[in-house]
Design a protein around this ligand. Structure first.
Ligand code: NAP
Length: 572
């Protein structure tokens, strides 16, 4: 994950840790033939950066990857909070580019936990000898396009500037953590942590009074794990989220063997599916094509199957029709009331203010059950927001609550945050922040008009967060690598999105999203979770199979919608 931003509001322990991390990186020899000009700089060594570096190196290009963290892994490096795990099945949430890799790697659980996914990212880095291209503990501060040389000047914290023909942002979509602007945090005498800046050594909650702020996918994973250890956990919920069971289990070796026997075929199915997941057949029926009993039975089956995406694919119209959605929401409400013993607590947990799935549907492990524990309290801060922190804790609704530890599971400046924290300037010194002041605009989520040779992996306007993101990453990396090879062959020096093609793509992204319930809901998909951020629905929800086809057609049609400029005699 990304390197673009300096997160200042971290808990005290991390602040010192960060200062100590200004250590020297591996010295990288000059492989540029003395010119000092790199073929490519890749920002971020998460799943996107790693595969991008591999493809570029395989093509014989000189490449430097710059990573703020001390190791590879991106999201899975930073998000080591208690309970962190993926909710896409591990056999699918992994690279498919190398059959030997997918045959050799051994996933232990149906849904991998953070340490195992991080170990996988490290394995990939080592297996393909990628670390030699990566500089860790280094942030990118700016990337400025020099029109006269047609090179990007990428300036790193510390002042060094790299010159490169191609600049590729693998900065991730959930990278820039957000701590809400609640006054008084500096007065709080206890410890506080953001879920995405968790200390490497972990946090011991034994005997502690803990506050958890936020009940998104992260907060619901943290809740049961901390509750099991802390003296007391108080969960501050502003908006309840729908939580379906995660249902994790050890992978059965026989199942894995059978799965691996047809891995390439399965990956192919995933590539042309809606969400990038092969194990789910697309729905064929509306929620009203079946009787209420049958509908209930199907929800029951999905509830028992576990994880979020299968539940959303129970019927064709769950994300299109409010009434259809209400049937699923009512089903979950009923489940919560069955599980949670205190009806008042169940009421707070089910005061849903958005359609099911219009915000990220969460997959939990005993989330609702945790509220039956005597050491867990739920506080509804919707009617009575958190007003201030104090020396001893925080005040909400005029009541002071005392804590030893506060956990912020308050999310991210999603999709654009990491890019906006790098001072990116294109032709005419135009700043990306200025260009995106009313919301991000890209062509295919891959490139931006006015920013030649700057690629974004899973950028806004691509399926990215609405898909199995590893698969979407591979699609983008393959597209970019093939594009660069094609341009070299034709003597093309720069590629840039055409402004009209970009505008048409933004219109298409909106057109596809318009009939869905996503756009009727405030969420991080629309930027609504960050005060002052323009409200624009950012991901492409036309499906990853359809999106891939469009990208392939664009490439086959001589990169339709891109402006290609040949080398000049001076640069040839
Ligand atoms: P999130 O979904 O944005 O949730 C942030 C939470 O913080 C929300 O409940 C929000 O309430 C609350 N919040 C923010 N400011 C607050 C305030 N001032 N007072 C009280 N509550 C406040 O962030 P996240 O949970 O970190 O998840 C982000 C995304 O990461 C997920 O949607 C998912 O895509 C990904 N993720 C995936 C997994 C997985 O694969 N299993 C796990 C974790 C995260 P409101 O809703 O009222 O704003």
């Amino acid at each position: 994950m990304a390197t673009g931003h300096e997160f200042t509001s971290v808990g005290q322990p991390q602040r010192t840790q960060k200062l100590k991390r200004q250590k020297t990186n591996m010295q990288q020899s000059d492989t540029t033939g003395g010119s000092g000009i790199l073929d490519a700089v890749v920002v971020g060594a998460g799943f996107a950066g790693l595969y991008m570096v591999k493809r570029l190196a395989d093509q014989g290009r000189t490449v430097r990857c710059i990573e703020a963290a001390s190791d590879v892994g991106g999201t899975w490096y930073w998000n080591k909070y208690p309970g962190a795990q993926c909710d896409v099945e591990s056999l699918e949430y992994s690279y498919g580019f190398d059959n030997a890799l997918q045959q050799d790697w051994h996933w232990t659980e149906r849904f991998a936990r953070q340490p195992e996914i991080l170990a996988y990212a490290r394995h990939v880095a080592d297996r393909f000898n990628l670390r030699r291209h990566i500089r860790f503990d280094t942030r990118v501060e700016s990337a400025v396009y020099d029109e006269s040389s047609r090179l990007w000047q990428v300036t790193l914290a510390g002042g060094e500037t790299l010159r490169t023909r191609i600049c590729i942002m693998g900065t991730g979509n959930l990278t820039a953590p957000r701590v809400p602007d609640i006054p008084g945090l500096d007065r709080f005498k206890g410890r506080w942590y953001h879920s995405s800046r968790w200390p490497n050594e972990g946090v011991d909650f034994t005997g502690m009074r803990v506050a958890l702020i936020g009940t998104g996918s992260t907060g619901i994973q943290i809740t049961p794990v901390v509750a099991a250890q802390a003296a007391h956990l108080t969960v501050f919920q502003r908006s309840p989220n729908f939580v379906v069971p995660g249902i994790n289990r050890d992978l059965d070796p026989q199942h894995v063997r059978a799965y691996k026997a047809t891995y390439p075929e399965t990956r192919l199915v995933a590539k042309h599916s809606q969400y990038g997941v092969a194990g789910m057949l697309p729905p064929t029926q509306s929620a009203f094509d079946v009787s209420p009993q049958e509908r209930q039975a199907r929800y029951e089956k999905m509830w028992g199957f576990g994880s979020h995406t299968p539940f959303l694919t129970a019927f064709t119209d769950l994300l299109l029709d409010q009434k259809a959605n209400d049937t699923a929401a009512d089903f979950v409400r009923g489940k919560v009331r069955e599980i949670v013993k205190d009806p008042k607590v169940a009421d707070i947990l089910t005061a849903f203010d958005h359609p099911l799935g219009a915000r990220r549907l969460c997959a939990g492990n005993n989330y609702y059950e945790t509220f039956n524990r005597p050491n867990v309290t739920l506080v509804n801060v919707k009617p009575a927001p958190i007003e201030t922190f104090t020396e001893k804790g925080l005040v909400a609704g005029g009541v002071e609550h005392e804590f030893d530890i506060v956990i912020f599971a308050t999310g991210f400046d999603a999709m654009t945050g990491a890019l906006r924290e790098i001072d990116i300037r294109g032709r005419g010194n135009q700043s990306l922040n200025d260009k995106w002041k009313d919301g991000p605009a890209t062509y295919l989520g891959l490139m931006i008009a006015g920013f030649p040779n700057l690629f974004i992996i899973t950028g806004p306007g691509s399926p990215s967060v609405k898909s199995n993101v590893v698969l979407s990453i591979e699609q983008h990396v393959d597209w970019i690598s093939d594009c660069l090879a094609a341009l070299d062959q034709r003597g093309i020096e720069t590629i840039e999105a055409d402004a009209q093609a970009e505008a048409n793509w933004v219109a298409h992204v909106n057109e596809v999203a318009a009939p869905t319930l996503y756009v009727k809901t405030d969420s991080w998909y629309t930027g609504a979770n960050v005060p002052g951020k323009p409200k624009v629905f950012m991901p492409y929800v036309g499906g990853i199979g359809r999106y891939r086809k469009i990208c392939d057609e664009v490439a086959a049609d001589n990169y339709r919608g891109f402006v290609l400029r040949p080398k000049t005699p001076a640069t040839a």
